[in-house]
Design a protein around this ligand. Structure first.
Ligand SMILES: [Zn+2]
Length: 377
C-alpha cells in the first residue's frame, strides 16, 4: 500500500495490520499489547513509543527519525520515555548505555548474603524502586512538552505493590501520558489493570511468513551462519516465534556454542527420523548416534514430538512439527494412549536431572525403548 512506510517502520510484517489499526489522533491512555512470547511485541512497542514521542507534525503514525525527539529516543536518552523492564531485557532497549544503568544496583554489590539464584530471580523482576520513581515523576509533567510514554514489559513480572501503584495512575491518568503495557500471558494480568487498557492482540505469523522474515534477517548477517533447513527445524521447535528464534541464534553464536548447537540440531534430526519409525525404531543404534549431543536438547525434542503425537491422537493439529503431520497421523493409529502418557511422564522425570545425567547413552536407550513399547505391533 505505502511502500515508503513499509520500509521505515521497523516492525515485523505480520504486526503491520495491528499498527495500521491504531488511531494516532485519538490514542488511548493505556494499551495492553499481548501475544505469544518471541513474536516481536517488544520491537513493536519500541517503535510505537518512538512514534508517540516524534515531534514531526506531518507524519502522523510513524516516527520521522530526524526530529530532536527521534534523535533523543534513538540514543536512549529521551527524557519523556521510561521503560520499566527487568535487567535481563534492558539490552533490548534502543542504544541505551548499559553500563550507565548499573550504578543504581550498587546496593546489591555485597556478594556475601545474596545467593545466585535469588539474584537471578531478582533480575527477572521489575524493580519496585524504579516503578515508584517512574510513577512519581509523572506528577512533574513532560520535559519536552509532548507526550510522555511509559513502557512496561513483561507486565506479569510487575510485583503486586508496583501493580497497585500503576493501577492508581491508570485510574487517574496524568495529562498526555501514555502507558504501553506488554504481556505474554494476558490471563496473568490483573483484571483491574486489563479493564483500564485498550487490548491489542499481537498475532503469531503463519509458518511461511515467519520463516521468510527470519531468513531475510539472517541473510543480512555475516556472523550467524545457519542453513535453511536448520532454521526450519529450530523454528518449529520454538513454536513458531520468529523473534525468539533469531534471539536464540544470535545469543548462541555469541556464546560460541555454535558447534554444540550444530551437533544438537543434527542429533535432533536423527532422533526425529527414528521416532517417526514408531514400533520399528532401532533404539540401540539411535542412542549410539545421538548420545554425544546435549542431553537436555534431545529430551526437549522428544517432548515436542510426543506432545504433537498426543495432540494428533486427540484429533488436533501438531504444534511443533506441522510438516510431519502425515507421519504423526500414521503413528497415532497404533499408539496406545495410556502408554504414551506414561512415556510423557518419564520424559518429565528425565528433565529433572537433565543437567547432570549419569550416563546419557544408557538413559536414552531406556527412554527410546520405552517409546517403542508405546506402539502396538
Ligand atoms: Zn521524529
Amino acid at each position: 500500500m505505502f511502500p515508503a512506510i513499509e520500509q521505515e517502520i521497523k516492525i515485523a510484517p505480520w504486526l503491520k495490520p495491528l499498527w495500521t489499526s491504531l488511531d494516532f489522533d485519538r490514542f488511548p491512555n493505556a494499551v495492553l499489547i499481548h501475544g505469544q512470547s518471541g513474536i516481536g511485541k517488544f520491537a513493536f512497542a519500541i517503535e510505537l513509543a518512538k512514534a508517540l514521542l516524534c515531534e514531526s507534525t506531518n507524519l502522523a503514525g510513524r516516527p520521522c527519525n530526524e526530529c530532536d525527539g527521534c534523535h533523543w529516543f534513538n540514543t536512549g536518552n529521551h527524557p519523556d520515555f521510561t521503560a520499566l523492564v527487568p535487567e535481563t531485557h534492558r539490552k533490548l532497549l534502543p542504544q541505551t548505555d548499559y553500563e550507565s544503568v548499573e550504578p543504581t544496583k550498587k546496593s546489591r554489590n555485597t556478594k556475601d548474603d545474596d545467593s545466585e539464584s535469588s539474584e537471578r530471580k531478582e533480575k527477572k523482576n521489575i524493580s519496585i524502586e524504579e516503578t515508584r520513581g517512574a510513577i512519581e515523576s509523572l506528577a512533574i509533567g513532560s520535559h519536552r512538552g509532548g507526550n510522555r510514554v511509559i513502557l512496561i514489559y513483561p507486565l506479569e513480572m510487575l510485583r503486586s505493590d508496583s501493580a497497585n501503584t500503576l493501577l492508581k495512575s491508570l485510574e487517574e491518568p496524568p495529562n498526555k501520558t501514555i502507558f504501553i503495557l506488554l504481556a505474554d500471558r494476558v490471563d496473568r494480568v490483573l483484571p483491574t489493570i486489563r479493564s483500564r487498557c485498550r487490548l491489542l492482540t499481537a498475532p503469531r505469523p503463519d509458518r511461511s511468513t515467519g520463516l521468510a522474515w527470519l531468513k531475510s534477517q539472517l541473510s543480512g548477517s555475516s556472523e550467524v551462519k545457519v542453513t535453511d533447513s536448520d532454521i526450519e527445524t529450530i523454528y518449529d521447535e520454538q513454536g513458531g516465534a520468529p523473534h525468539a528464534v533469531l534471539e536464540s541464534l544470535i545469543a548462541r553464536h555469541h556464546k560460541d556454542e555454535k558447534d554444540e548447537l550444530t551437533i544438537s540440531i543434527a542429533a535432533s534430526r536423527i532422533l526425529l527420523q527414528s521416532m517417526a519409525q514408531g514400533a520399528q525404531i532401532n533404539w540401540l543404534e539411535t542412542s549410539e548416534k545421538i548420545h554425544k549431543a546435549q542431553y537436555s536438547y534431545l529430551l526437549a525434542t522428544m517432548q515436542r514430538w510426543v506432545s504433537d503425537l498426543q495432540l494428533v491422537s486427540m484429533g488436533g493439529k501438531p504444534r511443533y512439527y506441522p510438516k510431519h503431520i502425515g507421519t504423526l497421523n500414521g503413528l497415532s493409529q497404533t499408539a496406545q494412549v495410556i502408554k504414551l502418557l506414561q512415556f510423557w511422564k518419564s520424559l518429565v522425570q528425565a528433565r529433572r536431572s537433565e543437567n547432570h545425567p549419569l550416563a546419557a547413552r544408557i538413559q536414552l536407550e531406556a527412554l527410546l525403548s520405552q517409546y517403542q513399547q508405546v506402539f502396538e505391533v
